[in-house]
Design a binder for this molecule. Structure first.
Ligand code: ZN
Length: 236
């Protein structure tokens, strides 16, 4: 059966689906391979006693949510096999994240400590929260948040918005230094790419990215995003 599943749709899921009995019906359970799954559940069930036992439409629907239209279209247009999709598309998207490079935990796995955070750890967590979840610094002043954080431990120190802003700048500078060192020491060529676009409010922006192979996996980092002061319309 596995041999017949050569379609690109299977490539976005783990190679061996589980066989389970769900409400008295046997089903193949395909597990999504994305690092952060955007589906309502990570598994796609395909029941064996229905007519569309070999239909891949549900798998493709889920893959589009987690890997995007572009990746799914690329797999279909290039007639990639499931194996090729796993090697070329899934591997690249799951190793691209800078979070992985910094060995941070993904948003899906939350780990808690039984020990209370130190003052500096607390400040770091506030920076991460604001930066990674796109929260404004002012959010730390929110009354309800303060009630939740300080209930049962009135001594808990919540930093002020200006402290979070200052810490963010400091951490940004450190991260930039760290990346600079990584790129300077890189044994090989750095591939620089650029792209321009206009934001919905009419600002012309340009992003510069660098692409390197890090620990045998492709890694893409944004070096800078700059606003273009003047746009020339070139008529060729
Ligand atoms: Zn998924």
């Amino acid at each position: 059966m596995l041999e017949r599943w050569g379609s690109h749709a299977y490539g976005f899921f783990d190679p061996r689906p589980a066989v389970k009995e769900i409400q008295g019906r046997r089903a193949h359970v395909f597990r999504c391979s994305a690092t952060i799954c955007r589906g309502s559940t990570r598994n796609v069930n395909r029941f064996l006693n229905t007519g569309d036992v070999s239909s891949t439409s549900n798998l493709l629907k889920h893959a589009t949510k987690c890997f995007g239209h572009e990746a799914v279209d690329r797999a279909r247009n290039n007639k990639l096999s499931a194996e090729q999709v796993r090697a070329n598309i899934v591997k690249a998207t799951t190793s691209e994240s800078i979070n992985k490079y910094f060995k941070a935990t993904s948003k899906n796995t939350v780990t808690y400590s039984h020990r209370q955070l130190t003052a500096s750890e607390t400040r770091c967590e506030f920076v991460r929260w604001c930066a990674e979840s796109y929260r404004p610094f002012e959010i730390v002043k929110d009354t309800h948040l303060q009630v939740i954080l300080k209930s049962g431990r009135p001594g808990f120190m919540v930093p002020s918005p200006s402290t979070v802003a200052r810490d963010t700048k400091l951490l940004f500078a450190r991260t930039r230094r760290r990346l600079r060192r990584l790129l300077c020491d890189y044994d090989g060529r750095l591939s620089i790419a650029t792209d321009c676009w206009t934001s919905p409010n009419g600002h012309a922006l340009m992003a510069i990215t660098v692409h390197v192979v890090h620990e045998n996996a492709p890694m893409c980092l944004v070096l800078d995003i700059v606003e273009i002061p003047k746009v020339y319309n070139l008529i060729c």
